[in-house]
Each structure stands twice: as structure tokens, then as C-alpha cells.
Design a protein around this ligand. Sequence first.
Ligand code: PLP
Length: 362
Amino acid sequence: MIYLDNNATTRVADEVVAAMSPYYTAVYGNAHAAHRLGRRAHDAVEAARADVAALVGAETEEVVFTSCGTEGNALVIRGLIDAPHERTKIVTTAVEHPSVLTLLRALEQRGLIELATVGVDSSGAIDLDAMASAIDDRTLLVTVMLAQNETGVIHPIAKIAEMAHGRGALVHVDAVQAAGKIAVDVRALDADFLTISGHKFHAPKGVGALAIRRGLKLTPLWYGGGQELGLRSGTEPVPSIVGTGVAARLARKHLGDFDRVRALRDRFESSLSGVEIHGSSQPRLLNTSNLTIDGIDASAVLRVLDDAEICVSGGGACFSGKTEPTATMRAMGKPAAVRFSMSRFTTDEEVDATLSVLAALH
Ligand code: PLP
């Protein structure tokens, strides 16, 4: 089997599995218990928090563990709406992850926010003039992803943050796809909130993190024991948090490996003929290749790859043999596409084998 769907999720690194194991069998205390087993679990959670903070350039005290990227995004958006606020407008883009876009649309429908959704051009670049006009003195929050999950296009967050802060609005960055693939620094981005998710960088599923600029207040999504600065009540999943800390450390150590991944991705793309590669004129994640093959429906490509035991991602529903484009592809004015996303574990041989299967399609 060849796995080229690393933007969907990643294999848990061996070092991560090894580090988690003792926290299931020996150090299984509740991280909030006062006894020694609890204190050891607590210390492990705090060490992981420091590692995750370092991955995104935040202070350790600014990081709250969540269950996933979806929860981190919801905690920021709902946490601001549920807190006392005077401004009610939220500005976002048409290519955000559904965890942001569908939530914002639901809040808009319920009359809780005014929503402005800024479009992108055919290369996936955000319309910055439209963004500048959309952000005004009523804007509470501007929420924009750092790297787009389907195309890998990297957005100019620092520029957008300058526009937002200039109007007194807060800035949330969904960095779920970026963390572990490119350097992420919450200060350089000038973000007030930044979301990541462990399973995108070789940690287990079930742990995300939200960096919250010191001094900013959110209302929790639910109430209980007051864990995670009172923002995320519920007994912490200590083994998974420990694993996420180790994965964050490994991600920083292996960031340079993405030079090799980029070379692989570029060789993959330049070996293909009769394809359109979406977002390729923009700054892009080094591991992502999103493409349409001339004259061949995305669903047919996906079927052939699946038969060859090659895992990639399509997105979009299939209607009577023709695949509908995803919301992101529609926003770019593009047809349904196929996403290949590599990791530091992807090999030359896997890329060669994938190229042979694609070559046979023509
Ligand atoms: N944001 C982006 C950009 C994503 O790509 C994803 C997952 O694909 C999420 C948020 C949601 O993350 P999670 O799966 O951890 O909830």
C-alpha cells in the first residue's frame, strides 16, 4: 500500500507510540489528582505543553489542549461569541475548512453574527482588496487558515493580521495543515489565536491545541472540572498528549526533511503530462499536489489509484459518474481534483509506482 493522503491524517511516529506506552500501563494517574501518580501525569502534560508551544512559537502558558483542530476552531469562534462582545461581524475566506465555514454559516443563520466571506482567485490567492474592504469597525474576528488543506496554498497571514488589527479586530489562524510541515510562529504571524491538530504531524488522533494570546478571554464550550485553564474541562488524555508533545519535538527536528519531500513532490509534478496543478503559482506546502488530469474525471482517477492500493484524496460527492468539485475547488472556479499529499516517510519508489499508474491512465 502507498499512502499519499497525509493532509487527511498521518502515521503515528514510532517514537511517539513508544513514549505514550508507559502512560497507559504505569503512569495512568489523573493529571489533576494530588497523589504522586497524578503529579507524574501532570508533569508529563506540562512537558508536552512546552513542546507544543515551541512548535508554534507561543508561551507555554498560552497553549490549551483540545480534542482536535475542529474543537480548537470552534472554541475560538464560539468562545468569542458566547463572551460579552460589542462587535458582531466575522470575516473569513471561501476556502476555509468546514469546521470554520459551516460553524460560521450556522451562527449567521441564527442571527448571532454578521458574516463576510472573501473569495479567492483561480490560483487560490485570497482577494486582499476584498479582505481590506470587508474588515471594518464592526469586525470582531478575522479567521483565515495559514495553509489550505486541499491545494496547500499558503496565505499571507501577517498582512491580513495587520489589516485586522488596524481596525481593532482579533485574528484567528487555522494552522492545522501548516504545523509540522512549515515553520509556524504565532508572533511572526501576529495571530491572537492559532489552532493545530496532532494527527496531522504524526501524533495520535484525538489531541489538538489552541494557542491564545496572553490576556485574551474566551468562554468555554462546556463546563466541568476546570482543566486547561478552565477552557476545556474533562480529564486530559495523558498518553495522547504526551505523544503529541513528542511529535511536536520530532516535527521541529525534521522540518528540514521537507526539502527532500519538496524535491519528491516537484519531481512527481514535472513527470506528469496533461495535468493542471491547482495553486502551483502560489506559495504552497511542500508536500501537496492537487491536480486534474485532462479529460479524465477525478472519480475515475481515484478508482484506479485505489485499485492499485494507492491512498489519495478526492473530496466532493460523485453524481452519475461525474465528481462534483469541493467548495474550495468551486471557489477557485476549478473542476473536481485529486490531492496527493506526502510526508517525511514518503519514498522515491512510492512516487515512481504512483507515476506508473497515472501514466497508464492516458
Ligand atoms: N482545519 C484544517 C485546515 C484541516 O485540514 C482540518 C482537517 O483536515 C481541520 C481543521 C480539522 O482538524 P481535525 O481533523 O483535527 O478536527
